[in-house]
Design a protein around this ligand. Structure first.
Ligand code: FMN
Length: 193
């Protein structure tokens, strides 16, 4: 569902205010996926962009999360910013970004992060950290200055149908505004804390 301008405005204001407190990791969000048995698991990823189409992060499509998403595209994401006592919860469905968008973002990453992404079979076991380091060194030498975006690396965009803005308040009388997609409209409810 296309995000309303009200949701986008609130989201971008809260993200910008979180950035003032934490310029490096304000965009960290926990993303939960579900496996074939209905077992959820979650992990932190970095939100790289957002617009009316949704919230985008980048990862390895063959990772655990990628595998789970390939069977069930329903996800939930949460931001928590302790300094401003704010939480944002997002519920939706993910779609892969276009290859072009993934390649463009990959090219923008620092060279050694590109190497790390290219040599890491994300979520797969390896004998030792030294073996991983050796894999990295070999990749760095092999690729030189040009690391192609791996075929299994790219973005997921969360197309949200629920977005909740949670503002911590005194005495745990927190303020919760839940936006839910209702047909082609967004409906806002105020929830008890
Ligand atoms: C602050 C932070 C940012 C992270 N950002 C990303 C990210 O943008 N993409 C990613 O694939 N993993 C990121 N990770 C690593 C993930 O948390 C996770 O370990 C990895 O994606 C493998 O998850 P999976 O095995 O569940 O697929 C980040 C971890 C932290 C702590």
């Amino acid at each position: 569902m296309i995000l309303s301008s009200e949701i986008l405005q609130q989201f971008s204001q809260w993200l910008a205010q979180a950035k003032e407190k934490d310029p490096t990791y304000h965009n960290g969000m926990s993303v939960a996926t579900v496996d074939a048995n209905g077992q959820p698991s979650n992990r932190i990823v970095l939100l790289k962009s957002f617009d009316e189409a949704g919230f985008t992060f980048f990862t390895n499509y063959d990772s655990r999360k990628g595998d789970e998403i390939s069977h069930n595209a329903k996800v939930a994401a949460t931001f928590w910013w302790s300094e401003v006592q704010r939480q944002i919860r997002i519920v939706g469905v993910v779609k892969k970004t276009s290859r072009e968008e993934s390649v463009d973002y990959f090219a923008y990453r620092p060279l050694l992060s590109q190497v790390a992404a290219a040599v890491s079979d994300q979520s797969q076991p390896i004998d030792s950290f030294e073996a991983l380091q050796a894999q990295f060194d070999k990749g760095a030498e092999q690729y030189g200055e040009q690391v192609p975006c791996p075929d299994n690396w790219g973005g997921y965009r969360i197309e949200a149908h629920e977005v909740e803005f949670w503002q911590g308040k005194d005495h745990r009388l927190h303020e919760r505004h839940l936006y839910q997609a209702d047909g082609d409209q967004w409906h806002m409810s105020i929830l008890q804390p």
